[in-house]
Design a protein around this ligand. Structure first.
Ligand code: SF4
Ligand code: SF4
Length: 111
């Protein structure tokens, strides 16, 4: 997982609006970043899909991650998502790119 997290910090945290522009997170301690919190499940979910459809990955995100995230209510509504306050939702396409890049590396060990 360290391989993924290191790339996320390099490619996402540095440009994240909740970061300091240098890769450090500025979210308050009580507000977990969903990318960090659910990283193993995100990687597992993405690895289980092989599709050209971005929507299919988004559907899997909603059913596998959002469904177990405290941010989403029983009615399927997430206030953070609606207000663009979830880094996982904002940068999901970049997260996908990173996971696909690591998968494509011949010597990678994708746990
Ligand atoms: S919110 Fe998540 S993606 Fe954004 S800087 Fe913090 S840890 Fe990185
Ligand atoms: S979009 Fe909402 S429910 Fe989904 S991971 Fe982000 S905060 Fe959680």
């Amino acid at each position: 997982m360290e391989q993924f997290w290191s790339l996320i910090q390099k490619r996402i945290c540095r440009k994240c609006i909740d970061g300091n522009g240098k890769g450090d997170c500025r979210l308050p301690a009580e507000q977990a970043c969903a990318i960090q919190e659910f990283l193993p499940q995100i990687v597992q979910t993405v690895k289980s899909i092989d599709s050209d459809s971005y929507e299919e990955y988004v559907r899997a995100l909603r059913s596998s991650i959002c469904a177990r995230c405290p941010g989403q209510g029983e009615n399927g509504v997430c206030r953070k998502r609606d207000h663009l306050e979830c880094a996982l939702d904002r940068y999901f396409s970049l997260v996908l790119d990173i996971i696909e890049d690591v998968k494509a590396r011949p010597t990678s060990v994708v746990a």
